[in-house]
Write a protein that binds this ligand. Structure first.
Ligand code: SF4
Length: 426
């Protein structure tokens, strides 16, 4: 049996897709990229925004066409959309063969091979999420979220927080280390609220770093500012392998809007956290998520977000305007802001961030960092592309012809072209 696996959305969805592929391969199924040659298609969906769901509906009509006119392909929908709108999918897309929720995602193998699927009542982690031969790997450590930010659908589709047993995590990471993996990302929707039998996230991170040999870069995503403890800052500052580039979602720079968002933090608390981190972690850089146009956001509050971005000075930012998600408290809030006004606010936010990031990045020319070689560059096959601890991409010509993907090199950045540095090996 041949299959296509399409995965959308967050890194956790991608990690689960990797794990599913390992299981599919183990069961003898063969991957194909050709829709006309596939026996089955699995669509691992995302519900975080309406646009993500619209894209899935588009993919479903595409495969419906294949099923009608090319071959009788089995269509399976899984992931957050399968949780959120199972009934809608079954009624509006009757050509879909199975809608399988997040907790049962790994049982897709059994469904495709035997036609059965068990109903699980809780999320379970599998033993490995690593794609064969890759130098980087995701390691999911927790799933779900208890925070209920008022605009977010995640707690409703992923359920409450479940932490993966620490011994399972350590076993997977030691295995990855023995395979020669160079970079891992510990994943969870609220990764720093990890808690298993008295082991907190800082303890886990510290323990992980003590056991590493080949793995040079340890990242984690996505933390919540309210759970960013002094202990965690201390581990990042002490452990050289933990990247000093932190994704710290800000969402808004206004305390009133943060309150309406149920972020459980304030502008002042966020700023003191940033100060504390900067004082403790050398060479620290930030990335962030930021949203404008939340219901009732005034011009002054929007300007507070712009000034908070100046304060945080992220080198990367995921910027968006508020999108109504049915079923969340924010969807029922009065004073929803019009599309034109939201677009205006977003445009200025993006424009300022692009200028800010370019200025900060130019100031980083001349710095020397270790970096992981990812691949040859697209336009010059004699050059390589590497990523440093700060998530910055650097293109360079290696000193040795033996250098290739998976190697760690020391690079000095010499020039900035768009978002990518040119560099030289030192
Ligand atoms: S912390 Fe908030 S934004 Fe992040 S997944 Fe949980 S509810 Fe959603």
């Amino acid at each position: 049996m041949t299959y296509i696996l399409e995965s959308y959305g967050c890194q956790l969805n991608m990690a689960e897709a990797n794990a599913l592929e390992i299981l599919l391969k183990g069961a003898g199924l063969e991957k194909t990229e050709d829709p006309d040659a596939a026996d089955a298609v699995i669509i691992n969906t995302c519900s975080v925004r309406k646009s993500a769901e619209n894209r899935i509906w588009g993919r479903l009509s595409f495969y419906h066409h294949i099923k009608k006119s090319v071959r009788p392909i089995t269509i399976v929908v899984t992931g957050c959309m399968a949780e959120r709108m199972k009934e809608d999918l079954l009624s509006q897309a009757p050509f879909v063969d199975a809608v399988i929720g997040t907790n049962e995602k790994m049982d897709i193998v059994e469904y495709l091979t035997s036609g059965r699927v068990e109903t699980e009542d809780s999320y379970h982690f599998v033993s490995s999420y690593h794609r064969d031969g890759e130098a980087s790997s995701y390691v999911p450590i927790m799933n779900g979220c208890n925070n209920f930010c008022s605009y977010c659908i995640v707690p409703y589709v992923r359920g409450r927080e479940v932490s993966r047993p620490a011994d399972d995590i350590m076993r997977e990471i030691e295995h990855l280390d023995s395979l020669g993996v160079r970079e891992i990302t510990l994943l969870g929707q609220n990764v720093n609220s990890y808690s298993w039998k008295g082991i907190s996230f800082p303890l886990l991170l510290d323990e992980v770093c003590r056991h590493l040999d080949s793995i040079r870069f340890v990242r984690f995503d996505s933390p919540h500012p309210k759970d960013f403890s002094p202990e965690l800052i201390d581990v990042i500052a002490r452990q050289e392998r933990v990247c000093s580039h932190i994704h710290l979602p800000m969402q808004s720079g206004s305390s009133r809007i943060l309150g309406l968002m149920n972020r459980k933090t304030t502008r002042e608390a966020f700023f003191s956290l940033v100060d504390e981190m900067r004082a403790a972690i050398s060479g620290l850089t930030f990335s962030t998520d930021v949203m404008v146009g939340f219901p009732s956001e005034t011009e002054e509050e929007y300007l507070e977000t712009l000034s908070a971005m100046d304060y945080l000075a992220p080198i990367e930012a995921f910027m968006y305007y508020y999108n109504l998600r049915e079923g969340t408290p924010a969807a029922k809030m009065a004073e929803q802001i019009g599309e034109d006004e939201k677009s205006r606010r977003l445009e200025r936010l993006i424009d300022e961030q692009l200028k800010r990031a370019s200025l900060i990045k130019r100031g980083r020319i001349g710095m020397v960092h270790e970096a992981l070689v990812i691949s040859p560059t697209r336009d010059d096959r004699s050059a390589l592309l590497a990523r440093n601890a700060h998530n910055e991409m650097i293109s360079f010509h290696p000193l040795s012809a033996q250098t290739g993907p998976g190697d760690i090199v020391r690079l000095e950045t010499t020039e900035l072209k768009g978002n990518t540095y040119l560099g030289r090996e030192v």
